[in-house]
Design a protein around this ligand. Structure first.
Ligand SMILES: Cc1cc2nc3c(=O)[nH]c(=O)nc-3n(C[C@H](O)[C@H](O)[C@H](O)COP(=O)(O)O)c2cc1C
Length: 171
């Protein structure tokens, strides 16, 4: 799919069919994540690949009962790893760069998924400790975004945006 087509027709999908995602596509998404830029190329994040139904169901509970987390066959959980950024960047590394690193990586995954004919939705509303417990994450990591990915279970619905002149400020 052409890049601007990916940007134009991506939208949040909150219903999925059961169809499994081809392993080759999963690998392409993971490779895209690894091409994301990061502060000082330190890649101060970790990604957890969640496929087991029991874990996906537990993530639903950790995320305000957002049931599509169990419908999608795959969820990627993006965590900051501030320890990778602290030495070079101090508090800016731990309070900002690692979050930016993790969320840029999530954006790359989202766009890669769309380019491959898959849909996703960014999930930020969750109890961080509950997600940590479900996935048995080390306490040094902080889950900051989850991305369920799968084949769309309904027609995509493009949401409106602000007009460009309201959003962009020429200086
Ligand atoms: C930081 C962030 C957190 C979000 N958290 C959730 C969430 O917990 N649940 C959800 O259904 N959508 C969530 N979304 C998706 C937004 O609601 C969605 O991107 C926005 O409404 C625009 O719609 P679109 O993605 O279809 O263009 C989140 C998006 C972002 C960027």
């Amino acid at each position: 799919m052409e890049f601007f087509e990916v940007i134009q027709n991506r939208c949040s999908m909150r219903k999925y069919v059961e169809t499994a995602i081809e392993e080759e596509k999963v690998q392409q998404i993971l490779e895209a994540i690894n091409r994301a830029p990061s502060a000082g190329n330190l890649q101060a994040f970790e990604v957890f690949v969640v496929r087991k139904l029991t874990l996906r169901q537990a993530l639903v509970k950790a995320a305000l009962d957002q049931s599509f987390l169990a419908e999608a066959p795959l969820t990627l959980v993006f965590c900051t790893n501030p320890a990778r950024a602290v030495e070079r960047y101090g508090s800016r590394g731990t309070s900002l760069y690692c979050i930016q690193d993790a969320t840029i990586a999530c954006t790359f995954a989202m766009l890669a998924a769309r380019a491959l004919g898959l849909d996703s939705v960014w999930v930020g509303a969750f109890d961080e400790q509950a997600v940590t417990d479900v996935l048995q994450l080390p306490e040094t990591l902080r889950p900051v975004a989850m991305l369920p990915i799968g084949y769309a279970g309904k027609t995509p619905n493009l949401r409106p945006r602000r007009v460009l002149s309201d959003l962009i400020h020429e200086t």
